[in-house]
Design a protein around this ligand. Structure first.
Ligand code: NAD
Length: 279
């Protein structure tokens, strides 16, 4: 039987490309967006998320096979933190009971390579504490100062990738048989980046902080294909990952060793377990 997908941000860019891919495969797609969607909804506040979840589950007939959360903003405002973090986490939590009714439920969200960039730990912590009022107060403080406003977007994506990692192995997701993962694009050619890429100076400024040695700026389909796989039945064991599909920016920025945490784990349960193995 055809699978049913709920896709946020389906009206533009990556969400639109993903919806088009799935529709071409014969899937049923319920698009959620501010406009041009099956469900018109504003994911920036709790009421809009609740209404969006209820309407999307209704439109899907009560059972949802996969949720793909693409809706997002990139401006240096508190609204960006609300949509990029709570517009994903709260919506997923609300749709989860309908997902659990599927034979092969999946959830995939769009983070960013910006999750690797400098951020505001106070905002990341406030988001991860799931206290929206407190988090938005921190974000508004950052937004008020031009020096810190640009930390809001990377902070929202760092918190989102950490939320995925924190939740994915727990009872609600892995325990319910639902793979939960994220993709992290580099610079994708969509309306979100159109202004930035419109001038050679803008493009050079972007390229200085988002190195993409593999094929440069990417089309939305390069992310859509990954989202289709992550949310399809083939994905049975990927859990809590952020997949950097970013032309190489993760590799360039983080280098060849993201495993050394284990070398430094002296005194932790992990180090004790290794010591026993070696004995
Ligand atoms: P886009 O602007 O083309 O699409 C984003 C969509 O989200 C729009 O249709 C918009 O209406 C919707 N949206 C925004 N606020 C909303 C709200 N309050 N309620 C409901 N819908 C809302 O941008 P895109 O490039 O396709 O971005 C999709 C996702 O990919 C975002 O989460 C973005 O942060 C992420 N991303 C984009 C890039 C890039 O270079 N374009 C890179 C990394 C990550």
């Amino acid at each position: 039987m055809a699978r049913t997908y709920v896709i946020t941000g389906a009206g533009s860019g990556i969400g639109k490309a993903t919806a088009e891919r799935l529709l071409a495969q014969g899937a049923t797609v319920v698009g959620v967006d501010l406009k041009n969607a099956d469900v018109t909804a504003d994911l920036s506040a709790p009421e809009g998320r609740r209404d969006a979840a209820d309407a999307a589950v209704d439109a899907a007939g009560g059972s949802v096979d996969a949720v793909i959360a693409c809706a997002g903003l990139s401006g240096p405002t508190a609204l960006t933190a609300a949509v990029n973090y709570f517009g994903v986490t709260e919506l997923l939590d609300r749709i989860r009971p309908a997902l659990a009714r599927s034979e092969a439920p999946r959830a995939a969200v769009v983070s960013s390579m910006a999750s690797l960039q400098p951020n505001a730990p106070k905002l990341v912590d406030a988001l991860l504490a799931d206290d929206e009022e407190a988090a938005l107060a921190v974000a508004e403080g950052l937004a008020a100062d031009a020096e810190t406003a640009n930390l809001i977007y990377p902070s929202s994506k760092r918190a989102l990738s950490r939320w995925v990692r924190r939740e994915a192995a727990g009872a609600d997701w892995a325990g319910a048989g639902i793979p939960l993962n994220a993709v992290a694009p580099g610079i994708v050619i969509t309306p979100m980046t159109a202004d930035l890429l419109a001038t050679p100076e803008g493009a050079a400024a972007v390229d200085a902080v988002v190195p993409m040695p593999l094929n440069g700026h990417q089309p939305p389909e390069s992310i859509a294909d990954l989202l289709v796989w992550l949310s399809g039945e083939q994905n049975s064991h990927m859990c809590g990952q952020t997949l950097y599909c970013d032309g190489g920016s993760d590799v360039v920025l983080r280098g060849d060793d993201v495993w050394s945490f284990a070398d430094e784990a002296v005194g932790t349960a992990l180090a004790e377990a290794y010591a026993k193995l070696r004995a």
